[in-house]
Design a protein around this ligand. Structure first.
Ligand code: N01
Length: 530
């Protein structure tokens, strides 16, 4: 690891950290990335569970900063599987010769701002030190995996896995009795595959989820050619939409059309598959009555697919559709028709303990050979609060965020000069297509650092009032939709004791970019530069 002072230290070699490094080099900044894993890819490096794939279509879930890169890379399926996305990340690392400035197998534990020297000083778990004028936390939004504190966890004699930290060599469940705890995206993707291998699969469900079929398939070469012939056009259209994805939103209200037209639209979206079911009508995320029509349509599909009416009822969610992140699956509901699959409701009688032999609740022990914890993440803030980050006067980020995250633009925090976050809380982040959002953030951060350098400034720090106003704006926008009406990780509800604050900016990609551009054009309004 470099002992000298750098212009920039980047934490994390996922898609954000990799592009930040590339951008820093282009700007003539010396930079080094610190990465806990042994390879690049971030979330796609860790999440190797069976069936893992991206729920944004592959032609859109990729970098666009280099046209030759997007022209030469060949996606094989509509939704790219995790191994292919990881290959893509490695290809990018090779193509842009990134590895020489990445330190692998080094987990950042502390980062402190040295006010006298205007330097960020970081230390890793092995005691290595690195310092840089600026620091970018490219630590990911869904990277700090959540293991609930189940009583007796350590006494389990079988194998334990977490979807967010899957063994690199893979796991073969053939002939085993397996328990899966959780029914979020990771569970919904892995359950059909585990069910195909296991002798017996028991799914422990606390809250059912809405999922839409992926209808995944190999990509038609003609379709790929058509997109590549005008990739820029497609990317430009995507940037005009709220999630930063090129898609068709039906501008009508679900309530203004006839029941037949509504049904036709939902059937067409179901047949097309994927997240864009949520765009069937313009008011699904705004009006409870409109939302109910979409939710009821999906519940109807569950009742059609799942043979046992009792199981179908347990699988059918009763809350706002799209409140928790919509899932995208391949054969999820039908999996519950298999004779080797059982569903256990833990909503009213929670898991009491993990025993030596399995999972115990309501006085019954479910014996299993392996448990898969598909229990999600300490989303958006967990990866940052895990590191002991100290700003001016020793202010700790954990303390600053004690009542919920506070940022300016989701990019920087008052009291933490020269520190930036990529897709952090307060940014559109997880509500958008992550790759274009990452590129926008990285380019903005790079420009801001270059501006400071070119203007002889040592420190860039949000002003407290600007941060205050942004936090209020983010909260106000969240309150105007139905997104706050359920227990989701968007508002920290999945982690005991985590403050309930809706974390991402819900105003959409175009409005966010416009604000960021105005801030930059105004000489970084809301920031103090000194
Ligand atoms: O995590 P989750 P995930 N006892 O938090 C349950 C992205 N992603 O890894 O809902 C019993 O959604 C918990 O129950 P509840 C995507 O953005 C994307 O699946 O809190 N159960 C829930 O069912 C996604 O939204 C892709 O009541 C417990 C589950 O565990 C995000 O990552 C694929 C429990 C956790 O679900 C997170 O998804 C995968 C307890 N004590 C992930 N604690 C794609 O691109 C938790 N649960 C497709």
């Amino acid at each position: 690891m470099s002992g000298g002072n750098l212009d920039l230290v980047i934490v994390g070699a996922g898609f954000a950290g990799m592009y930040m490094l590339h951008r820093a080099r282009k700007l003539g900044l010396s930079a080094r990335v610190i990465e806990a894993g042994s390879g690049v890819g971030g979330t796609w490096y860790w999440n190797r569970y069976p069936g893992a794939r991206c729920d944004v279509e592959s032609m859109q879930y990729s970098y666009q900063f280099d046209d030759a890169l997007q022209q030469e890379w060949d996606w094989s399926e509509r939704y790219a599987p995790q191994p292919e996305i990881l290959r893509y990340a490695n290809h990018v690392a090779d193509r842009f010769d990134l590895r020489r400035d990445i330190t692998f197998n080094a987990r950042e534990t502390t980062a402190a701002f040295d006010e006298a020297a205007n330097l960020w000083r970081l230390e890793t778990d092995s005691g290595e030190r690195i310092a840089g004028r600026f620091c970018v936390m490219a630590t990911g939004c869904l990277s700090s995996w959540n293991m609930p504190r189940f009583k007796g966890l350590e006494q389990f004699q079988g194998k334990r896995y977490h979807t967010g930290q899957w063994p690199h060599e893979g796991v073969d469940f053939t002939g085993l009795r397996v328990g899966v705890i959780g029914t979020g995206s990771s569970a919904i993707q892995s359950i059909p595959i585990i069910a195909g291998q296991a002798a017996q699969l028991t799914v422990f469900q606390r809250t059912p989820n809405y999922t839409i079929p992926a209808h995944n398939a190999p990509l038609d070469p003609e379709y790929k050619r058509a997109i590549k012939s005008d990739y820029a056009g497609m990317r430009a259209r995507a940037k005009q939409t709220i999630p930063g994805i090129d898609f068709k939103l039906n501008p009508k209200s679900a309530l203004e059309v006839s029941a037949e037209e509504r049904q036709r639209e939902y059937e067409a979206r179901w047949a097309a598959g994927g997240l864009m079911f949520g765009a069937s009508f313009a008011d699904i995320s705004l009006s409870k009555a409109a939302n109910d029509t979409a939710a009821e349509f999906v519940r109807g599909k569950i009742r059609e697919i799942v043979h046992d009416p009792k199981v179908a009822e347990l699988l059918a969610p009763d809350y706002t559709i799209g409140c928790k992140r919509l899932c995208v699956d391949t054969g999820y509901w039908a999996t519950f028709n298999r004779p080797n699959v059982a569903l256990v409701d833990v909503s009213k009688q929670p898991i009491e303990e993990i025993t030596a032999k399995g999972v115990k609740l309501a006085g019954r022990e479910y014996e299993v050979d392996a448990i898969v914890f598909a229990t999600g993440f300490d989303a958006m803030t967990g990866a940052l609060t895990k590191i002991d980050i100290r700003g001016v006067g020793g202010l700790s980020l954990r303390d600053k965020w004690d009542h919920g995250p506070r940022t300016y633009l989701g990019l920087a925090m008052a009291g933490f000069p020269n520190l930036f976050t990529v897709t952090g809380p307060g940014s559109p982040s997880v509500l958008t297509n992550m790759l274009p959002s990452i590129e926008q953030h990285v380019e903005w951060i790079g420009d801001c650092i270059a501006f400071a350098r070119d203007n002889g400034k040592q420190r860039v720090e949000p002003q407290a009032q600007a941060e205050e106003a942004w936090v209020a704006h983010v909260g106000e926008l969240a309150g105007a939709t139905l997104r706050h009406t359920c227990n989701s990780w968007y508002q920290g509800a999945n982690i005991d004791g985590k403050p309930r604050v809706f974390m991402p900016y819900i105003g959409g990609f175009p409005a966010y970019v416009k604000t960021c551009n105005q801030v930059a054009a105004g000489g970084y309004t809301g920031f103090a530069l000194s």
